[in-house]
Design a protein around this ligand. Structure first.
Ligand code: ADP
Ligand code: MG
Length: 620
């Protein structure tokens, strides 16, 4: 049950409650808030466990969930049940992962569709949203425990390069953790706010935010004017970070001690020890000139800062090339950058700090803790949204989410609540049945996962889509909300150009009390809503799988053996039987079974048709 602070005399949502700021990181996460007395942001350190919570989730044999430092210890001893770097999977389809799918030590389900990835742990299937929610729940509990008050609202940060679907996934994770996500803001924007840049509406500045974390690097160039943060350019490498610096040290020690790399890889205990020592050495070298230790008195672990800098020089140079690229994309020179901000634990490495300061021709800002700066800025944004900063003008925002109905009666949000207006956003859809020529677009307003609980604003049919196989048409649905609060919804099929639009005024006939009630309902029903959404999504995946396999059998059945056909039919029937079970794990297990059994067929049929095509070709 989500806890909500309610003012008992008026029945309204308690206004003075704390709103926290959350940095949901790939490697580490943390939560911060504004101290009620000195009004300064501070990171929460519950029970002296430190402010940083490693973004690692471990599932125990007993079915319990552990998050943070304790979970991190299972990375080597029980990798299949220990999930790290889940942020990399948020809002991504299996196809998006491409060559990086082998990076993960746990099982990622390949349902071979454009659907979002899922992770299999034993007999349970988790979406990256659920796993991220576990981390957020832990942060929320720590905040509640430390502040001794319910925490229901938050601002969560995401990288500037996150797309709509990744941002929506982050919102959903917050919701599942029982948090009302007031706003999703960019990490570089948060870092800037933490340094007090962009708080005053009169300020006009162009800044660079350099963020080197555990496994990712990004550089963002922001233009700030009238309290608006505009991303001019981003660049980086989502597979480059502090872990790579550690690896350089490990390789150096392997060489120095004349160890064999393969033996180390096989010895889990030793490789883990080496990793821990290397990270310790790296951190020590950020302030000391030398590091000396050993492993079990046998392996000498010694390195000087000079040697370390020589080893990591190429990595640092790569990040500077990204800075160059970002600046050139923004059509700016280093002199035009007013301030440079350092974010992420790895910017503590002196060589990194010096290289960045030198490139931009000015000392970079690093006076705030680089691990905490994003969460601190998120807390400031939360405070602004709470209306606690009277000096800051709040821009007009949409009070409720605007979206459309998708498969199974689900709400797909296009413009999230609290977005500044005017704004526009869009998403691409396709058909689910071969030869489908019409598509119904139903526009809704509200926070619930099922459209039937939301307010319907408009509905129209996009007619005249040329008959094509399912999944081929590309229908762009765009929402354009102008400064007067009028929403224009347009749908265009890109291959044929057929187009249809409608205009509505979402706020028409809606009182503040109704808006408040809708928000309250979405919080109290969050859990059941998300659960219902996941069952519907699993069922939709299952239905599409059944449809695809049945079409395949019809067209290509002659290339399969009788046994293969009958096994496929059995597995299809099993899937059909569980579609209405209401249990997502049961459905996804049947999908996984059918997928694993039939996936070799597609390739075989392709080979046969290539051969036939070749044989049919007559060369004169
Ligand atoms: P993320 O944003 O990806 O979650 P963080 O910003 O928390 O990551 O950065 C984590 C990385 O910072 C790790 O690789 C860690 O080893 C590194 N780090 C932390 N402290 C130091 C230090 N004193 N010197 C060098 N690197 C450090
Ligand atoms: Mg970070």
């Amino acid at each position: 049950m989500a806890k909500v602070a309610i003012n008992l005399s008026t029945g309204s949502i308690q206004q003075e409650e704390v709103i926290v700021g959350i940095d949901l990181g790939t490697t580490n996460s943390l939560v911060a808030y504004i101290h009620p007395e000195d009004k300064k942001p501070i990171a929460i350190n519950d029970q002296g466990r430190g402010t940083i919570v490693p973004s690692v989730v471990h599932f125990t044999q007993q079915g319990e969930t552990i998050v943070g430092n304790e979970a991190k210890e299972y990375l080597t001893t029980d990798p299949a049940n220990t999930i790290y770097s889940v942020k990399r999977l948020l809002g991504k389809s299996y196809q998006d992962l491409g060559e990086h799918r082998d990076y993960f030590g746990y099982k990622i389900i390949d349902d071979n569709t454009e659907g979002l990835v899922k992770i299999r742990v034993g007999d349970r299937f988790y979406s990256p949203i659920e796993l991220s929610a576990e981390i957020l729940k832990e942060l929320r509990e720590r905040a509640e425990h430390s502040l001794k008050t319910p925490v229901n609202r938050a601002v969560i940060t995401v990288p500037a390069y996150f797309n709509d679907s990744q941002r929506q996934a982050t919102r959903d994770a917050g919701k599942l953790a029982g948090l009302e996500v007031l706003r999703i803001i960019n990490e570089p924007t948060a870092a800037s706010l933490a340094y007090g840049i962009g708080i005053s509406p009169e300020e006009e500045k162009t800044i660079a935010v350099y963020d080197l974390g555990g496994g990712t690097f990004d550089i963002s160039i922001l233009s700030i004017h009238q309290g608006i943060f505009e991303v001019l350019a981003t660049n980086g490498d989502t597979y480059l970070g502090g872990d790579d610096l550690d690896r350089e040290i490990i390789n150096y020690w392997i060489k120095e001690n004349e160890l064999v790399a393969d033996t180390i890889n096989q010895d889990k205990h030793l490789s883990q020890e080496l990793r821990l020592k290397a990270e310790e050495a790296k951190k020590a070298l950020s302030s000391a000139a030398e590091y000396t230790s050993d492993i079990d008195g046998k392996i000498r672990c010694h390195i000087t800062r000079d040697k370390f800098e020589e080893l990591i020089q190429p990595i640092v140079a790569r990040t500077i090339r990204s800075c160059e690229q970002a600046l050139s994309d923004a059509k700016l020179t280093p002199e035009q950058i007013d301030a440079v901000i350092m974010v992420g634990g790895s910017t503590r490495v002196p060589l990194v700090y010096n290289a960045v300061s030198e490139f931009f021709g000015k000392p970079a800002n690093n006076s705030l803790n680089p691990d905490e700066v994003v969460a601190l800025g998120a807390a400031i944004q939360a405070d602004i949204l709470a209306g606690n900063r009277k000096d800051i003008l709040l821009l007009d925002v949409t009070p409720l989410t605007l979206g459309i109905e998708t498969m199974g009666g689900l709400m797909d949000s296009i413009i999230p609540r609290n977005s500044k207006i005017p704004t526009k956003a869009g998403r691409q859809y396709t058909t689910s049945v071969d030869g489908q020529v019409n598509m119904k677009i139903s526009v809704y307003q509200g926070e619930r996962d099922l459209v039937k609980e939301n307010r319907k604003l408009a509905e129209f049919d996009l007619k005249g889509i040329p008959a094509m196989p399912a999944g081929f048409p590309k229908v762009d649905v765009n929402f354009i909300l102008n400064a007067d609060g009028i929403l224009k919804v347009e749908a265009i099929e890109l291959r044929s150009g057929v187009r249809q639009e409608v205009e509505v005024k979402p706020q028409y006939g809606l009182t503040d009390a109704q808006v408040e009630q809708m928000l309250m309902d979405s919080i109290t029903h969050a859990r059941e809503d998300v659960a219902a959404r996941m069952v519907i999504e699993a069922r939709t995946t299952g239905e599409q799988m059944v449809y695809q396999v049945e079409q395949f059998l019809k067209k290509n059945g002659q290339h399969l053996t009788e046994d293969e056909v009958s096994l496929t039919q059995t597995n299809v029937q099993n899937l059909k039987n569980v579609l209405t079970s209401g249990d997502k794990d049961t459905i996804l297990k049947a999908v996984d079974t059918l997928e694993e059994q039939t996936s070799p067929f597609a390739e075989r049929v392709m080979q046969i048709s290539i051969k036939q095509a070749m044989a049919g070709k007559k060369i004169e």
